[in-house]
Design a protein around this ligand. Structure first.
Ligand SMILES: Cc1cc2nc3c(=O)[nH]c(=O)nc-3n(C[C@H](O)[C@H](O)[C@H](O)COP(=O)(O)OP(=O)(O)OC[C@H]3O[C@@H](n4cnc5c(N)ncnc54)[C@H](O)[C@@H]3O)c2cc1C
Length: 195
């Protein structure tokens, strides 16, 4: 289960490193990283790695997806995937071309910034970097400086586990599963209403 309070308190993030909920993998020595073996955290808990992650919600650049389609994966281009991003999202500034609202995953964009963060952004803008208000919109212009959106709701981490259990639908029930169990296959029968 995800009972560790450090999972739910966004500031508890660093205490989770190599803890009970971290599979704490290590990579093979990396030639291009001075032959260091790197720590590779992965969630071993309800919500998986989304219960351990940095809560930064950035979808990536349009061309990342378009390149998948270009390589032969039909339907994986940015415009084809955008509706799925929107249909998973509960954006705090409402619905738009790039955002959805009312769906499971709460995405926070409006919060008080620390003065040091404000100063860093102001310094970068002064240096000529474009200020970006939303790295998940204007996908052609992701370059710049600004504040990332976060998967946080009411001051708490919104992991995939908390996102999926915060919506109650008659056809949607939480899977009863022990995280210590090894699954060979998972057959999904329920469908999220509206998907
Ligand atoms: C420390 C950290 C920080 C990160 N920061 C960010 C961030 O800020 N923003 C961002 O977008 N992404 C971030 N990521 C990455 C992001 O969290 C992952 O890409 C994402 O959660 C992967 O989702 P997933 O469903 O593919 O896998 P996971 O969320 O890892 O889920 C896989 C689940 O399967 C379980 N599992 C694995 N093998 C078995 C098995 N054989 N039998 C049964 N269960 C098994 C695992 O325990 C886990 O619960 C971060 C990840 C980590 C670890």
């Amino acid at each position: 289960m995800d009972e560790n309070p450090n999972i739910h308190d966004p500031a508890g993030l660093f205490a989770l490193r190599e803890g009970e909920e971290d599979r704490a993998y290590s990579t093979a020595p990396q030639k291009y990283a001075a032959n260091r073996a790197l720590h590779w955290p992965r969630g071993k808990v309800l919500g998986g790695s989304s219960s351990l992650n940095g809560m930064i919600y950035v979808r990536g650049h349009r061309t990342d997806y378009d390149n998948w389609a270009y390589l032969g994966n039909a339907g994986w281009d940015y415009e084809s995937l955008l509706p799925y991003f929107k249909r998973s999202e509960d954006f705090d500034r409402g619905e738009s071309r790039y955002h959805g609202q009312g769906d499971p995953l709460h995405v926070l964009s409006q919060f008080e910034l620390h003065p040091v963060n404000k100063a860093i952004i102001a310094a970068a803008v002064e240096k000529g970097y474009p200020h970006r208000d939303d790295f998940n919109a204007d996908a052609d212009e992701i370059y710049g400086v600004g504040v990332c959106h976060l998967t946080i709701k009411d001051g708490k981490r919104h992991s995939t586990a908390s996102a999926s259990t915060s919506q109650s639908h008659s056809t949607y029930s939480c899977i009863g599963a022990a995280t210590s169990v090894r699954w060979d296959a998972l057959h999904w029968r329920g469908v999220h209403p509206g998907w």
